[in-house]
Each structure stands twice: as structure tokens, then as C-alpha cells.
Design a protein around this ligand. Sequence first.
Ligand code: 5GP
Length: 110
Amino acid sequence: MTLFEKIIARQIPANIEYEDSNYIVIHDINPQAPVHLLVIPKKPIPTLNDLTDADRELVGGMFRVASQVMRNKGYTDYRAVFNCGPGAQQTVFHLHLHILAGRTFQWPPG
Ligand code: 5GP
């Protein structure tokens, strides 16, 4: 079981911002901005490399959940990031979208 499956199963506690039948949105334990959320599909897909055509709707829904949650929190400016693979600093191999907000961001990212 991945760390995020354990959070979904309530085996590990998390600060949950939103949940529905397909997604859970939690606050990152090590936030890199005043707001740092993780949008996690309940289906355990390891990385972006593992997506199939069957996942198109699920992945699109991650962005819709993100935009709704951020609108509800009053943010229109934020960064949305997938880390894919160890070389891109992915550490939890269960697909998740980072949403960061509440500070000024630099480009390019580090
Ligand atoms: P990745 O590095 O895979 O893109 O992102 C994984 C994220 O999960 C990291 O930002 C890390 O801080 C976060 N994380 C790791 N362990 C936990 C945990 O137990 N709870 C929560 N809420 N976030 C975690």
C-alpha cells in the first residue's frame, strides 16, 4: 500500500481539505508555500508514466477538483505541479498534483 492509500484508508492521519468518491485533497506535511495541497486520485497510479487512455477523465478531474478547492479558499493564483520520477523529486509513487499558493513564485522552478 502506498502512503497515500494508507491516508485514504485512514490508517495514517492527514489534514483533509476535500474528499469525494474519486479524490482526496490533503495538506502537505512539509509545505513549500503557505498553502500546499496534494490532489490525490484514490486509484493508485504510480506516476504520470503509468497513465492509460482509461485515466483521461480521472486526470482531468484532478484539475477540476484543484480549481474548485482553490476557488473555495479564495485563491486565483497558484502553482500546479506533478513531479514524475525520482529525477524530478517524486518521492511518493502514487499520482498526486501539488497545488501551492500564498507566496510569490519564481520561474523557472528549481
Ligand atoms: P512528491 O515528492 O512525491 O512529488 O510529493 C510527495 C509529497 O508528500 C511531499 O511534498 C511530502 O512532503 C508529502 N508527504 C510525505 N509524507 C507525508 C505524510 O505522511 N502526510 C502528508 N500529508 N504529506 C506527506
